[in-house]
Design a protein around this ligand. Structure first.
Ligand code: BTN
Length: 266
């Protein structure tokens, strides 16, 4: 479902009418905005006045796509997905939320036939150690902006990113995908997972998380804003914190940071 099953690219642009039709099963009243070009879909939703709608914003390209830790997110025109959605916050405890968003994404990609996916805590989606997707979650007053970038139809073999290993759905499957289909599936899945998260927290997703956690049992390094912690990863706890045992056998529980393997493979 969703793939065009062909070798030569026939670009399908983002289509508001088609997307709205596919999003009709949503329980949450929504508004969808599609831009040909915008600085950042996350920034757009952060600046939008609060109203009663769940807002979705997608763009063909972003001139200032933003990644975690203030990084730039490469956003070539009409190739990939740059999609943000803004949801009301209905729980005061959001720990583990970003892990749940990555599980929603995995679920959607698997339904499209993509296998061998893993998650590098908290929410980097990897395929055979290469980065396929990134998630940037920003919390403002009573709302949550979830920004998702998925490398879909980019030819990552011919256009490698200078600073990191990355891949796309095209590289994995040899097929081009209709991004409208993937975005619709993703938003529908997010609604379902966010509802479950609001009621039961991250604990309800623990078993699912274990299947995709690529850090557990590995010796890793976590960079935080002002410190670095190295040790063996023991997995995550019921609130989604990463558990690290250092060389002195001290246990650390981390709520944020960026993980890398000791051999620096991701
Ligand atoms: C990461 O660093 O891994 C997170 C990348 C998040 C990129 C997405 S693309 C849509 C949304 N708009 C942005 O400016 N960033 C997010």
């Amino acid at each position: 479902m969703g793939s065009l099953d062909q070798q030569s690219p026939s670009v399908i642009l983002l289509d508001k009418e088609s997307l709205e039709k596919q999003l009709a099963p949503l329980k949450t009243p929504f508004q969808l905005t599609i831009f040909s070009s915008i600085d950042s879909t996350n920034r757009y939703l952060k600046n939008l006045p609060i109203d009663q709608y769940m807002h979705i914003c997608c763009a063909e390209t972003q001139t200032q796509g933003r990644g975690r830790f203030g990084r730039y997110w490469h956003s070539p025109y009409a190739e990939n997905i740059y999609c943000s959605s803004r949801w009301p916050i209905s729980s005061s405890n959001l720990s583990g939320l970003s892990l749940v968003v990555s599980l929603a994404l995995i679920d959607v990609l698997q339904s499209l036939g993509i296998e061998d996916l893993e998650i590098k805590w908290p929410n980097d989606l990897l395929w055979r150690t290469k980065k396929l997707s990134g998630i940037l979650i920003e919390i403002l007053e009573n709302t949550l902006v979830i920004g998702i970038g998925i490398n879909v139809n980019s030819n990552t073999l011919d256009n490698p990113l200078p600073d990191r290993l990355w891949c796309s759905l095209f590289e994995i499957s040899g097929k081009y995908f209709d991004r409208n289909v993937i975005i619709a599936l993703l938003i529908l899945k997010l609604e379902q997972y966010l509802e479950q998260f609001n009621h039961h927290g991250f604990a309800a997703f623990m078993e699912q998380w274990q299947q995709y956690d690529c850090l557990k049992g590995k010796i890793i390094k976590i960079n935080q804003t002002s410190s670095t912690i190295s040790g063996t990863c023991l997995g995550v706890n019921l609130t989604g914190e990463l558990i690290i045992e250092d060389e002195q056998k001290n246990i650390h529980y981390l709520g944020s940071g960026e993980a890398s393997f000791s051999a620096n493979i991701a």
